[in-house]
Design a protein around this ligand. Structure first.
Ligand code: NDP
Length: 451
């Protein structure tokens, strides 16, 4: 039977848009449905607006530094309304770029919600039903909030970009990427930030030494971080929210921001009708080629809950197109993914943490923490961290962890070397770039410990 499309993509985020465009470039007839705005979490309510907010929030500290370097600058005042207007104009521009790219690739765009009917059929909220030889689900995820009394009074990262005004004070709940990034952003923008994290240290799963340094410096910059602490209940108090904490505190905040994890968007998608299996958290179960248990249906990105990062979804999209449309079965490579957490200070990381590496094999740890030239001159006390985890047996660098300004930019480069299997001696024979912070990565001579 002839289908309407060779490929129908559900979801216009980073993964879905890339798959649709690249598949269409092979000559395939491609349709894509998006119920909200093109661009998905990354462009509309994630990485892009977040990074712009990080930039905005860093000027406060930069102005202090400028004075220390001899500039005559006043502290100034941050105008959220002016910034928000520009921010949303930029998001509108990016959304239209995404749309144009899809259009230009010959992809049929359906501004509609799509529901699976069977293994080859999709019903659209416009009333149309379409069929496709292959269906790709790339519907992403959404923030989840706890279910204690009053939790509905909180907001999530979805709403933070839309606020009419910044609150005077905020309680951020969670200790992951989003919680820690927004703690830095809002603190930098002049909001009084309290953060509750239920565990013993923020950024669970990352290198312990890096986590400790980031937490310490977040505190130094003014974030009131409470570990081993959670919200018991919340209630409305005037324009604010009164929060009872498990640490015995009771206080009213201008807003409460939940950054307590994300869950896959699989509800109401018709997965049952099509027979697609899901895992414990509702994620779509896929094999190494992103194929579900139904041969004609694939899934990529956050909806599969593998690694929730935009560049990974894009990789999965490219591997999917190679496999299905270029006759070149390509498994997705999820090994040694470099990433950055845009905390203040910034954190770049690739490979194993010291803790995970110790479990795996005997290691040497090379680590140095120092006041960088830029900060020292400005009279700031904060330190940076450069750390390498090295295999004793193979000498390979198993992990690299950087806490410093622009750590995200640095770890992208280190990621290449680590992915290539560089040894500590390869790092050592690379000449330092002086004077930089990153030169420490090639000048650490003695391990600080072995394990
Ligand atoms: P994370 O999974 O990173 O963190 C969730 C946090 O919420 C954890 O600290 C968790 O605690 C805590 N938590 C979960 N449930 C509760 C609860 N009921 N009560 C209190 N605390 C709770 O999720 P995020 O939402 O921060 O981010 C989602 C994903 O998005 C990330 O995993 C990341 O992959 C991606 N992302 C990447 C960014 C980047 O690359 N820079 C930026 C932002 C997001 P515990 O540790 O105890 O489980």
């Amino acid at each position: 039977m002839a289908h309407d499309y060779d490929l129908f993509v559900i979801g216009g985020g980073s993964g879905g848009v890339r798959a649709a465009r690249v598949a269409a470039a092979t000559g395939a007839r491609v349709g894509l449905a998006e119920e909200y705005r093109m661009g998905g979490t990354c462009v509309i309510r994630g990485c892009v607006p977040k990074k712009l907010m990080v930039f905005a929030s860093e000027f406060h500290e930069a102005m202090g530094d400028a004075r220390a370097y001899g500039w005559d600058v006043p502290d100034g005042r941050f105008d959220w309304t002016a910034f928000r207007g520009k921010l949303h104009a930029e998001l509108d521009r990016l959304e239209s770029v995404y749309r144009r790219l899809l259009d230009g690739s010959g992809v049929d765009i359906h501004d509609a919600r799509a529901t699976l009917v069977d293994a080859h059929t999709v019903a659209l909220s416009t009333g149309r039903t379409v069929t496709a030889k292959t269906i790709l689900i790339a519907t992403g995820g959404h923030p989840v909030v706890p279910d204690h009394p009053g939790a509905e009074l909180g907001i999530t990262s979805n709403e933070v970009f839309l606020l009419d005004q910044l609150p005077k004070s905020v309680l951020i709940v969670g200790g992951g990427y989003i919680a820690c990034e927004f703690a830095g952003i809002l603190n930098g923008l002049g909001v009084e930030v309290t953060q509750f994290y239920r565990g013993e240290q923020i950024l669970r799963g990352f290198d312990g030494e890096a986590r400790g340094l980031i937490a310490e410096q977040m505190r130094e910059r003014g974030v009131d971080l409470h570990l081993g602490t959670n919200v018991l209940s919340m209630e409305k108090d005037g324009d604010g929210v009164r929060v009872a904490g498990s640490n015995g505190t009771e206080r009213t905040y201008g807003a409460v921001l939940f950054a307590t994890g994300r869950a896959p968007n699989t509800g109401g998608l018709g997965l049952g009708a099509a027979g697609v299996e899901t895992g414990r958290r509702g994620e779509i179960a896929v094999d190494g080629f992103s194929r579900t248990n139904i041969g004609s249906i694939y899934a990529i990105g956050d909806v599969t809950d593998r690694v929730q990062l935009t560049p990974v979804a894009i990789r999965e999209a490219m591997a999917f197109v190679e496999t299905v449309f270029k006759d070149n079965p390509t498994p997705v490579d999820h090994d040694l993914i470099p990433s950055a957490v845009f905390t203040q200070p910034e954190f770049g990381t690739v490979g194993l943490s010291e803790e995970a590496a110790r479990e795996q094999e005997p290691i040497e740890v090379y680590s140095t923490s120092f006041k960088p030239m830029h900060h020292a001159f400005a009279g700031r006390t904060d330190r940076v961290l450069m750390k390498l985890i090295v295999s004793k047996a193979t000498r390979k660098v198993l992990g690299c962890h950087i806490v410093a300004d622009h750590a995200g930019e640095m770890i992208q480069m280190v990621g290449i070397a680590v992915k290539m299997g560089a040894t500590k001696e390869d790092f050592d024979r690379t000449v330092a770039v002086h004077p930089t912070m990153a030169e420490e990565l090639v000048t650490m001579k003695q391990p600080v410990r072995s394990a």
